[in-house]
Design a protein around this ligand. Structure first.
Ligand code: C2E
Ligand code: CA
Ligand code: CA
Length: 396
């Protein structure tokens, strides 16, 4: 996985006609030109500037470069490896459309009025009546964000925040849920809701997942060293991880590497991710042999499939925060919460109620004999220093 920025001086060749396509580029700054023929007698095909893609055409059809490109000014280009683009091309994705549209744009600028007329003729059908720039912008923005995310991963600048999960009976901290945060250089903190989804669109979620797992296990080791080896950390998983045979192996390796008791690690599986029940079942069985606990996350969102609850052997069920909010005002919602807690109890799975924000909600779920709670009432997700400050060193 590469994600590099490269600099070119004015006149420097970026790639040559006939070269094998290995990478595409995104122009970050400066101006480039695409041309055919000799360097000293070029047929100029077009100029590309910031935000434009360069060299993606050869990646699309895996054929040799059909033109050369060189820098007109000092340029900074982001290298896009072909896996990043190929994967997208293989699936229906707005990026695919953008790549093709970028090609059209090239042809328009390159081939002059003849093509402009062709593009204009094809335009309305391809663009759905929208402006080319409006369509390209979200997709190129997405590619840029994805590259920055790769960079963040390489720099180690993703952080885990930890949100307490407490026992409702005695308010003791049972453990934490690890929630990833990205401190973006320009945008500030980017929500995992945005970048996890982006990472899930390609294999990038796999290194992100490994990173989170490694950090969480490192934290469990530190807590144990401080004499708090009874605390748990729950890590979120993604659909791709669950379908990847290496995930279990990585969990085993991370536990071993950090010398962590498997019982302290919990893996959360969101209900909507259970598309391949057999694969998830194999994963849960694998976790069970390792001694790692598995939680069903966001139970009650989307379609709640009771089949999952009885065929898949979860250790805990997390009741989604939408229930927590409504249980106070809606007797019907309360009845569902009571039934879910009883059902879980019969299946010997503890329930964690999510999104507890008020004392009233805490009391209600404690009285329903729900084992654990998580939410702002007990603590917002906190940086690792703040979390560790709650668990002073008892070792010496
Ligand atoms: P989630 O697993 O359901 O995580 C709980 C989300 O609810 C967190 O949002 C948390 O900050 C928020 N929350 C907790 N308590 C309260 C409360 O009392 N009130 C309200 N209104 N919200 C509360 P966050 O951190 O933005 O995470 C969003 C989602 O991103 C997570 O939802 C999870 O699906 C995903 N995510 C986070 N970290 C990771 C990760 O490392 N890997 C993967 N695959 N997904 C992750
Ligand atoms: Ca979760
Ligand atoms: Ca959740």
């Amino acid at each position: 996985m590469t994600s590099a920025k490269v600099n070119f001086a004015p006149g420097e060749v970026i790639f040559r006609e006939g070269d094998a396509p290995t990478t595409a580029f995104m122009v970050e700054s400066g101006s480039t030109e695409v041309y055919r023929g000799a360097d000293n007698n070029p047929q100029i095909l077009g100029q590309l500037g910031p935000g434009d893609l360069l060299g993606e055409m050869a990646i699309i059809d895996s054929s040799p470069r059909s033109a050369s490109a060189r820098a007109l000014t000092d340029c900074v280009l982001t290298v896009l490896d072909h896996f990043q683009l190929r994967e997208r091309l293989e699936k229906a994705d707005p990026i695919v459309r953008a790549l093709l549209l970028a090609q059209l744009r090239r042809y328009r600028s390159v081939l002059g009025s003849l093509d402009r007329r062709a593009v204009l003729r094809a335009g309305p059908a391809l663009l759905g009546g929208r402006r080319l720039d409006d369509l390209l912008e979200p997709a190129t923005g997405k590619i840029r964000l994805e590259n920055q995310l790769k960079q963040a991963l390489e720099d180690g600048s993703l952080e885990l925040h930890y949100q307490p999960v407490v026992s409702l009976a005695d308010s003791k901290t049972h453990g934490y849920e690890a929630l990833v945060r990205w401190q973006h250089p320009e945008r500030g903190v980017v929500s995992p809701v945005e970048f996890i989804q982006l990472a899930e669109e390609t294999e990038l979620i796999l290194p992100v997942g490994r990173y989170v797992l490694d950090r969480a296990c490192g934290m469990l080791a530190e807590l144990a060293r401080r004499g708090h080896g009874d605390l748990h950390i729950a890590v979120n998983s993604s659909a791709r991880q669950l379908l990847d045979d290496r995930f279990l192996e990585e969990i085993g390796l991370a536990l071993e590497h950090h010398g962590v008791r498997p019982q302290c690690l919990q893996i959360e599986i969101t209900e909507s991710l259970i598309l391949d029940v057999e694969a998830v079942k194999r994963f849960i069985d694998g976790c069970r042999s390792l001694g790692v606990l598995v939680l069903l996350d966001d139970f009650g969102t989307g379609y709640s499939n009771l089949g999952h609850v009885h065929t898949l052997n979860f250790d805990m069920i997390k009741l989604d925060q939408s229930f927590t909010r409504q249980a106070i005002d809606s007797p019907r919602c309360l009845a569902v919460c009571r039934a879910v807690i009883e059902l879980s109890c019969a299946l010997e799975a503890d329930v964690v109620v999510e999104g507890v924000e008020t004392e009233e909600q805490r009391a209600l779920f404690r009285d329903l004999r729900c084992a654990y709670g998580q939410g702002w009432l007990f603590g917002k997700p906190m940086a690792q220093e703040a979390m560790l400050a709650r668990h002073p060193d008892k070792s010496g």
